[in-house]
Write a protein that binds this ligand. Structure first.
Ligand code: ACO
Length: 346
């Protein structure tokens, strides 16, 4: 019987070193980006009629001015499908070229089938699909998984979607949380390309993922689809999460740059998870980026969890701010706690 040789510290294997053969590196190219926002916009003033809060408090503490809230027909799968269609159209790619669909969501319409296979059926794609749960870090996690599958040669085209309807899990009487979140979906289509393994390559240059389950009770949903007595509401110790967010996101930004041997000045755009403008500003300052190089949507979208990064990316891509060849750093932290980064050359 062959001896099983244990891998050396597998958790420390840098993701960016896989997929290299004969001086050629498989890279996951961001070929198309799309988004969907619910039609209904809810202002801070409207929320102030329901709970004891004010537009001034919400804006000063979070930067949020409004959020989009899904109507009954704007389900998680519907929004994910719309975002997916937009990403495929942007890439000029037919559904037949989709090898896999990954939907990052904490608010699927059903426990199963997955949102991903609902999207698959709606757009008429083949391949396979699954949902991934990592709260607000879900899109970063999904990008990392998709990148690994592409580098392994398993698939050539992956739809990575973040789609959330947090309005369905809000306690609308808790002013500490209900003012913070919004609904929406964003998607990217990743296709296999090649590079020489340097930071000059186009595509995903690195991803880094982290989790610490010891912080699980800092931000959670107190129920589940499998509990009919208790579908669940989001519960958050906001100030605790805030403290960890600033420290852990600063570390993950440093980690991404070091892994790519890149100075801060090489980053053209920060596209952060949109939870709180104060956290976003803090990370931008840490990177030495002027505010106009940080993509901010939290003022209009609020926190859309796993959808926030692709929504922000889509906005800055389609309005022409982000250009091909530029370096984009994405980072997120969410329930788990989970956190991580993706460094991409567009
Ligand atoms: N309106 C008015 N007052 C409010 C409101 C509100 N909507 N919400 C809370 N307050 C009050 C509190 O009751 C408290 O009053 P007290 O001092 O009398 O007790 C006071 O405001 C301060 O509350 P804090 O929670 O300490 O306020 P803070 O400045 O920390 O801001 C916030 C709260 C915005 C939630 C902030 O902590 C935050 O953004 N945290 C991080 C959120 C985050 O990043 N989450 C991760 C992603 S989410 C995910 O993964 C699902």
């Amino acid at each position: 019987m062959d001896q099983i040789v244990p891998e050396q510290a597998p958790s420390q294997q840098p993701v960016e070193q896989s997929g290299m053969a004969n001086g050629v590196m498989i890279r996951s190219i961001l070929a198309g980006i799309g988004a969907y926002l619910p039609k209904r916009v809810v202002s801070n003033e409207e929320l102030a009629e329901r709970v004891e809060t004010s537009d001034v408090w919400i804006r000063e503490r979070t930067g949020i001015r409004q959020r989009h809230i899904a109507g009954p027909d704007e389900t998680c799968a519907f929004m994910a499908t719309e975002a997916a269609r937009a990403a495929l159209a942007d890439a000029g790619v037919a559904p037949a070229e989709v090898g896999a669909i990954i939907v990052a969501t904490a608010t699927p319409d059903q426990a199963f089938p997955s949102t991903a296979v609902r999207v698959q059926a709606a757009i008429g794609a083949g391949g396979f699909g699954f949902d991934l749960s990592a709260a607000c870090s879900g899109f970063i996690y999904a990008m990392s998984v998709a990148d690994s599958m592409i580098k392994a040669g398993q698939v050539k085209g992956v739809l990575v979607i973040g789609a959330e309807v947090y309005s369905r899990i809000m306690n609308w009487e808790d002013r500490g949380t209900c003012v913070l979140f919004g609904d929406g979906a964003g998607a990217v289509f990743l296709r296999a390309g090649t590079g020489d393994g340097t930071a000059a390559d186009r595509g995903i240059l690195s991803t880094h993922l982290h989790a610490n389950g010891n912080y699980g009770d800092m931000l959670y949903v107190d129920g589940a689809v499998g509990r009919p007595d208790r579908p669940g509401h989001l519960v958050m110790q906001g100030n605790q999460v805030f403290r960890h967010a600033v420290t852990l996101l600063s570390e993950t930004v440093t980690e991404a740059l070091a892994a790519n041997d890149m100075p801060q000045s090489a980053v053209d755009w920060l596209v952060p998870h949109q939870a709180n403008l104060r956290i976003i500003d803090g990370i931008g300052r840490k990177l030495g980026l002027p505010p106009e190089r940080v993509v901010v949507t939290v003022d209009r979208h609020a926190n859309t969890s796993a959808a926030s990064i692709p929504l922000a990316l889509s906005e800055a891509w389609h309005d022409g701010r982000i250009q091909r060849g530029q370096v984009v750093l994405m980072e997120a932290l969410g329930g788990g706690l989970t956190w991580g980064s993706a460094l991409v050359r567009m």
